[in-house]
Write a protein that binds this ligand. Structure first.
Ligand SMILES: [Zn+2]
Ligand SMILES: [Zn+2]
Length: 352
């Protein structure tokens, strides 16, 4: 049996004919297995969805109760048989509920990792290495220039700035699902005990994280707060809100942006971000290459992002590798970048 007899890339996403399902389909399908709730992986309108409870809940929060015909929750480490394929979900360390999906048939194992990171994150279960024959990896930050470093150093920079400018409001642009909650949890780990403010677009998801036991401390929504009350505080908002009229309610706002892209100074400048924070929920170059090597896979399939460099790296290591060329996976960090200066949007939007 060849890997392509188990999983085959199609325009709608990776498809398992044996089990009659797609993984993270980009179009509506009969049966979808979903790695995590980011909008490019988790779309509404499938006949049935199999995912972790958190992913199902987050999809419901985003799309409403009727986001799929039927749903089925699966736990990490749990296996189900679908047709002739055995399917097991493992933690991906990317956001709350995120999973790698291992598909096995005839003692051949393929792992579709979705988005992942191999570093500690107080808001989700840690990445689990799953040995496999074929590893499907993302390539969002697959260039040697991307080294994310230690996020606690970036959080320290933010707290230094707050201490230095107690009369100003600090606005931190961060993706609404995952990044915002991770930044809040990291601030708490660093000892920042003051209430943290939220843009309205982040309220539901952040409340859900807290309900699932992620320690986020006291949170307040910006809506209705007095301008003076916001001096010396930290507010999390969708990156698009940083260039919005919305910022006028804050006293002398200082803008920060938490993203792996902040490693590139030109990006921070382009968006007028005063305080770039290199914090990413994706593996960096070292993380990607180390994970690929450790997976034991002899064959690597590469999706969304900088496929070329990673495919080339695999070839130099004697690994068979190919880009999957599935249209529709974006990078949530990239989607969520602030509008270039001068333009303005009405509100943060649920995508940001
Ligand atoms: Zn993602
Ligand atoms: Zn992705």
């Amino acid at each position: 049996m060849r890997p392509e007899d188990i999983l085959v890339p199609t325009p709608a996403g990776v498809c398992c004919k044996l089990g009659s399902f797609h993984i993270d389909p980009t179009r509506p399908v009969e049966r979808a297995l979903i790695t995590h709730a980011h909008s490019d992986h988790a779309r509404a309108g499938h006949g049935s969805v199999l995912a972790t409870q958190e992913t199902l809940d987050l999809m419901r929060l985003r799309y409403g109760d009727n986001f799929a015909g039927t749903t089925q929750a699966i736990r990490y480490g749990e296996s189900v048989n679908l047709g002739g394929a055995k399917v097991t979900f493992h933690p991906a360390g990317h956001v709350l509920g995120s999973a790698q999906i291992a598909v096995e048939a005839n003692s051949l194992r393929i792992v579709a990792s979705g988005d992942y990171k191999d570093v500690a994150d107080p808001t989700c279960a840690p990445f689990e290495l799953v040995l496999c024959d074929v590893f499907i990896t993302e390539a969002t930050f697959a260039l040697p220039v991307f080294r994310h470093g230690d996020p606690s150093g970036e959080i320290a920079k933010l707290l230094q700035s707050v201490a230095l400018f107690p009369e100003r409001a600090h606005l931190v642009g961060a993706y609404s699902l995952g990044k915002a909650q991770r930044v809040i949890a990291l601030l708490r780990q660093a000892g920042h005990a003051a209430p943290i403010y939220l843009h309205g677009a982040m309220e539901k998801i952040t409340t859900y994280y807290a309900e699932r036991g992620v320690a986020l401390g006291e949170l307040r929504v910006v809506r209705g707060a007095e301008k003076a009350e916001l001096a010396g505080t930290i507010t999390l908002c969708p990156p698009s809100a940083l260039s919005d009229l919305w910022t006028r309610r804050f006293p002398d706002p200082l803008t920060a942006f938490a993203s792996g892209w902040m490693r590139i100074r030109a990006r921070a400048r382009q968006y007028g971000v005063a305080l770039p924070l290199v914090i990413s929920d994706h593996a960096d170059w070292n993380g990607l290459t180390a994970t690929i090597a450790a997976s034991g896979a002899g064959e690597i399939w590469v999706t969304h992002g900088q496929e070329d460099a990673l495919v080339h790296w695999c070839a130099t290591r004697g690994l068979k590798a190919r880009p999957l060329d599935i249209v529709g996976y974006g990078d949530e960090d990239d989607e969520a970048t602030p509008s270039p200066q001068g333009s303005s949007e009405s509100d943060g939007g649920s995508q940001a």
